[in-house]
Write a protein that binds this ligand. Structure first.
Ligand code: ZN
Ligand code: ZN
Length: 164
């Protein structure tokens, strides 16, 4: 009598492998080699799912938080004419930090792009208003605000990538 196990999915298949997560015996067909050893397909699927949902929720959160704060900053910043150059980086920093807190410091790969896009979208209504009003100076200040807020959010959050 050997100490052979039988695969949980294929009772006829003898095996010596166990999933290193759920300890279920798995045959060669069912085993998937990962960085940490052999795992069953169910564990791999479950793992991917929880990883992806944690990430996916962060994108809309980051997007809308960035839109809201960038929009609020846009109501104030460009009215200060050239002081917008000082205020826009602060608005961008606040936006970036708010996004970081909102996603509870989880790290998703393309979050910085989503947040930067949100910051840009949030700053556009103000810019558009100035364009429609043919206010050249207004277009200049709002344009500066849009670009500084967007790039500040981008560079502050870019460091979040891959730091797992
Ligand atoms: Zn397993
Ligand atoms: Zn099997």
């Amino acid at each position: 009598m050997t100490d052979m196990l039988h695969c949980a999915n294929h009772p006829d298949a003898e095996t010596m492998l166990r999933c290193n997560r759920c300890e279920k015996p798995i045959c060669g067909k069912c085993a998937v080699l990962t960085d940490t050893g052999y795992r069953c397909k169910e564990c791999i699927r479950g793992q991917q799912k929880s990883f992806e949902t944690a990430e996916m929720i962060d994108y809309p959160i980051a997007f809308f938080v960035a839109i809201a704060l960038s929009f609020i900053g846009g109501l104030i910043g460009p009215r200060l004419s050239f002081f917008v150059i000082l205020l826009a980086p602060i608005a961008g920093t606040i936006t970036a930090e708010a996004v970081r807190v909102a996603v509870r410091r989880r790290r998703a790969q393309y979050l910085f792009l989503t947040a930067a896009a949100g910051a840009l979208v949030g700053s556009l209504p103000g810019l558009l208003g100035q364009i429609l009003a043919f206010n050249l100076l207004g277009i200049l200040w709002y344009g500066i605000y849009s670009s500084i807020v967007t790039s500040t959010v981008y560079y502050r959050l870019r460091g979040m990538v891959f730091k797992r």
